[in-house]
Design a protein around this ligand. Sequence first.
Ligand code: G6Q
Length: 546
Amino acid sequence: MSDLTRSAPWAALVAHHKTLAKVQMRDLFAQEPRRFDRFSLEVGPLFLDYSRNRLTNRTLSLLLDLARDADLEGWIDRLFAGEAVNHTEKRPALHIALRNRSNCPILVDGIDVMPAVNAVLERMRTFSGAVRDGSWTGFSGASIRDVVAIGIGGSSLGPRLAVEALAPYAKGGPRIHFVANVDGAEISSVLDGLDPGRTLFVVTSKTFTTAETLVNARTARAWYLEKGGDSAALDRHFVAVSSNAAKVAEFGLDPDKSFAMWDWVGGRYSLWSAVGLPIAIAIGFDRFVELLEGAHEMDEHFRSAALDANMPVLLGLIGTWYGSFFGAPSHAVLPYDRRLAQLPAFLQQLDMESNGKRVMRDGEAVDYPTGPIVWGGVGTDGQHAFFQLLHQGTRLVPADFIAAIEPDHGLPEHHRMLLANCLAQGEALMRGRTLVEVNAELAAAGLDPAEQARLAPHMVCPGNQPSNTILMRRLDPRSLGALLALYEHKVFVQSVLWRINPFDQFGVELGKKLATGILAELEAGAPSGSRDSSTNGLIARCLARP
Ligand code: G6Q
């Protein structure tokens, strides 16, 4: 057993779980009329209802003991102080510095990073403003109409989510397209119909060595030149965002004209940096600052609020309660907002790449499950698809519902229906439908007892499926900033409880390495036969002539 699973707070939670395992949430609500008031919290633009969870005051107090035992408060201090919390790579994880609107100094190796952060933000302000107002022109003297953001993983998912989520704020700006996949189908369909004289490529790669991004950037450059683009004006059509100036220069772009980022920003935590340039171009720099402000507000709350009234801490504790003590394998993200369609994919990376780890900080194997499988999709679509499993399947699936109270369109009837469905699903998952209720319904519908007995078991919904509901007044830059920072910190809280490093990602390296070798075989047209029979067989099949 590890120190963690041997610890008194862990053992207390294991024992407490036994007493709660069969308790129905509908009974907890019946016993506690003020349960909603007790288990809800507002921070800046976000309201969280966590009353529909399988927990009591005692559960929370035991989870808080676990957090204190893990020195959560100390770890929050270390994160904000710029200590090397990413100990394997010997780096801090300072996404909070990128949105540090109070501008207080944050030191890395004794040097305040804020002047460099602010300088890049200023360049983003000037550049995004010029692209938006048409004063940044292409080789033919025309303004930019299309921006193609090339990047993958952390250099794509955040900007893509934000640009889509904040579309109503993007009036007057150019169209923004994203290219991430090495699948040529993606870049071909984006380039199709674009005018090289009015297109700007933003090539984002922290390392500037990522194969997919480089091949897409080369294809984009070749397209630009083939379509008559002026090679002397390349830097009016291509800008880089990177921490690797040498590689940017090797690619043929002027590093002095590119946007810097730093090795203390993790890819999946980087949308607040120049990686967010497509966001600033889409919605304007002032709105981008509002996004940073929303995140900063959540940072300040996370840093200073007591653990028992701290939104990211509470979400982290609740997630750990299900993952580690109920054995729930997954966590569903259910935005009731079409504009948040990319949120499940973003959180999938944030959570699974951060907490998909199997050893503790000291290298010892964990003996408890760590990060959940994050999945999800927008409501109401999901209700007509995967929600059936949530209502009547055999697995415990904790979920987060996310919705804006006011829409950014003029169709209030649609929005009322959307909200009603969001609230109803949380209620249905919590309450379920008992056999007694089903029988009463069937009797009221006039079914005879034999028919009732035949149908009733199929209609029972056990309920007791936990969910959080996060409401915001509007899906605007500030709310989105707060929401994404909330999840970043929730993931951090869980990493602390599980004693793992959320800021490295060595697991993704292996496949990349193998792909390089297989690519060489495909390019040579000759299988090496040096691998397992499955990989050899598949390579041979890809190379075989019909
Ligand atoms: C994120 C990951 C990963 C990374 C991409 C792109 O935290 O490290 O998703 O963002 O592999 O990396 P580059 O920005 O270096 O191209």
